[in-house]
Design a protein around this ligand. Structure first.
Ligand code: RUQ
Ligand code: CUA
Length: 620
């Protein structure tokens, strides 16, 4: 057994993994990149959190990425990575991921695996059901977990039912640049909207959102939001929403949220404030949204590759309900309505139900698909993956996970074209699986082979942060577009220089700007005098290398900031405010060459008001 499993995950030295896995870092705010099947960690992509390892969120070029309407927020809780898609198939262009706490969506460019854009979501609180894509990434959708007063105002919490609202947001993605903007929001009753997935094939044009707390409790939700037998999946006809918007039904509402993105020419992040958002009211938009009763406090909502079946992960339900999209359309046509909530028709459960999976495990959460007619559901309480057949709704296999699985992931498993070879369990608890590491154990991922009738456990490996969801993709889709350097001649950074001859130090009032070249194995200039206490010193460091895998680092003694890690052909800027006279070393932090230790220099700081002139050494 162990031998067989080992042969399936062993990637011999010098060989490459078959797939990439992108895992959310949960409360680390980042994304980590692993090789599958080996489980080797390749990289952590900084997204919502500052990262001193690279200078992300510290350097002048990247700080703006973390601007929000609350100010500079250097952290978030990231849950759901989602690939962009073309015709329902992950296309390897971008990876979107949500920030839960300060409602945001980030877009990572998969060419260089760097965060390219972060968009705040207005009228939202707890951007959990996000960012799930439509078939061609026309939109990524976002649902608010917490309902809040919209617009925000000071009201008693006990006035929840009158004053609190939910928002379902549709974020338009530009098909060329990937740039996002909040196209419109739908104001919905004040429930907790949990997760989402968009339709595909026949259901393309629709998006589905689970909600719990249809009781509208505001305290002790554990009890008070677990009373109703059924909550809902909200089915939204976004193509119709587009029509309503075109007809002018969207009301512009004042808002205040940030849109941060990396300018393509300069590669410097910019922030823009957006001051309004278009809002649709379901009462004025018949046919826009329907509620599908779904037992009980559903968490995940997952659409099968054909687009016909919509699976609700009812965490307190004894069965796993599967709705049929075609039955839903018929139920709408024949008015199979059991009531209305704030203008939203509630369809009859029996009218939309395709089937119920019996015995789906305890605490079913999320379902992914293998493209061969089977579905795989994670069950948190019973710690297992349950495999069942689409159409017969029969459970055909189950396998334990160690322990407390949250999401699971199959390559392309939420798309129209799964590569159904592996399933990855993303577990909340590792307990005894690894060597102990103090009070907190790493969380764990487990890789399963799902090619046979029976699932087989292949590998356990620890993760960074809490790996809520992951997406996997065959490696060759990404490797063929992988960017290895930034071309020096297209460096558009206003403070970038191409040659050492252009290196200079300039004083502008109490700012000192140093345009510097880093190359193997020296900085130009390397010795600088004339800096004074009270100055703000900007180091604009250009890495002149044009070779793959040759970053240089940069750090100054006593700098209350982070290092810079500068990629080949790139310019990054860090600010230093020296506090006391003296001579301070600077050096390259990345072991770049045989004479890396020689890659150093000195900075002379004189007292405020001294008249030491600016002087710098260029080795000539
Ligand atoms: S979820 S708690 Cu994706 Cu199951 Cu966040
Ligand atoms: Cu450059 Cu070490």
């Amino acid at each position: 057994m162990a031998k067989e499993a080992a042969s399936k995950v062993y990637v011999p030295p010098g060989s490459h993994d078959e797939m990439y896995a992108f895992m959310s870092g949960g409360f680390s705010g980042q994304v980590s990149v692993y090789g599958i099947p080996s489980g080797r960690l390749f990289k952590v992509i900084p997204v919502f959190s500052q990262n001193p390892e690279t200078g992300y969120g510290y350097s002048e070029e990247t700080k703006a990425m973390l601007n929000t309407s609350y100010g500079f927020v250097p952290w978030d809780d990231a849950h759901h990575p989602e690939f962009s898609q073309t015709n329902g198939v992950p296309d390897g262009r971008w990876l979107f991921i949500n920030g839960n706490n300060t409602p945001r969506i980030a877009r990572i460019d998969l060419h260089d695996m760097e965060t390219a854009e972060i968009m705040e979501i207005p009228n939202s609180a707890g951007n959990h059901g996000s960012p799930f894509t439509t078939m061609n990434s026309e939109y990524v959708v976002a649902a608010t977990r917490f309902s809040v007063p919209v617009p925000q105002k000071d009201v008693p919490i006990a006035s929840y039912k009158e004053n609190f609202k939910g928002a379902l947001s549709f974020v338009k993605v530009d098909p060329k640049s990937g740039h996002m903007n909040v196209a419109f929001q739908i104001m919905v009753p004040g429930f907790d909207y949990d997760l989402a997935h968009c339709g595909k094939g026949p259901s393309h044009g629709w998006a589905f959102f689970t909600c719990y707390n249809s009781e509208q409790a505001h305290t002790l939700l554990e009890i008070n939001a677990s009373k109703n037998d059924k909550d809902y999946i909200a089915a939204v006809n976004w193509k119709l929403a587009e029509k309503y918007i075109a007809e002018g039904k969207g009301k512009s509402m004042p808002a205040n949220y940030y849109h941060n993105y990396v300018d393509e020419k300069t590669r410097v992040a910019k922030s823009e404030k957006v001051q309004s958002v278009k809002v649709l009211d379901p009462k004025e938009c018949p046919g826009l949204i329907y509620y599908l009763p779904t037992p009980k406090s559903p968490h995940g909502v997952d659409v099968d590759p054909s687009g016909e079946y919509i699976v609700g992960g009812g965490k307190l339900a004894t069965v796993l309900p599967v709705h049929s999209f075609s039955k839903m359309l018929k139920a709408i046509e024949t008015n199979q309505v059991e009531g209305k909530i704030e203008g939203i028709p509630v369809l009859k459960y029996s009218a939309t139900l395709a089937g119920e999976v019996k015995n789906p495990g305890l605490g079913p959460l999320h379902t992914e698909f293998d493209g061969k007619g089977y579905a795989y559901t994670s069950a948190f309480i019973s710690s297992e993956i349950v495999k069942w057949k689409i159409g017969t709704w029969q459970v055909v296999d189950r396998i334990p996970t160690y322990y407390a699985i949250g999401h699971l992931s199959i390559p392309g498993g939420d798309s129209a074209k799964p590569w159904g070879k592996y399933a990855l369990a993303l577990n909340k608890v590792a307990k005894d699986r690894f060597l102990p590491t103090g009070p907190n154990q790493p969380q764990s991922a487990q890789l399963f082979d799902i090619t046979g009738d029976k699932m087989k456990l292949l590998l356990d490996f620890p993760t960074i942060g809490e790996p809520h969801y992951a997406q996997m993709i065959p490696a060759e889709i990404l490797t063929k577009h992988n960017q290895q350097i930034y071309a020096l001649e297209s460096n558009g950074n206003p403070n970038g220089i191409m040659m050492e001859d252009d290196a200079k130090v300039e004083r502008k009032g109490n700012e000192v700007h140093i345009k510097m070249i880093a190359t193997r194995s020296h900085f130009t200039p390397d010795c600088i005098e004339g800096i004074k206490v009270g100055d703000k010193v900007y180091f604009h460091v250009t890495n002149q290398e044009q070779d793959w895998d040759l970053p240089h680092g940069f750090a100054v003694q006593g700098m209350r900031n982070s290092e810079l890690l500068i990629m080949p052909g790139e310019t990054r800027t860090i600010v230093w405010e020296p506090k006391a006279p003296g001579v301070y070393p600077m050096y390259c932090t990345d072991f770049c060459s045989a004479l890396h230790q020689e890659m150093q220099g000195y900075l002379r700081v004189s007292a405020a008001g001294s008249n030491v002139p600016i002087k710098y050494g260029t080795g000539k």
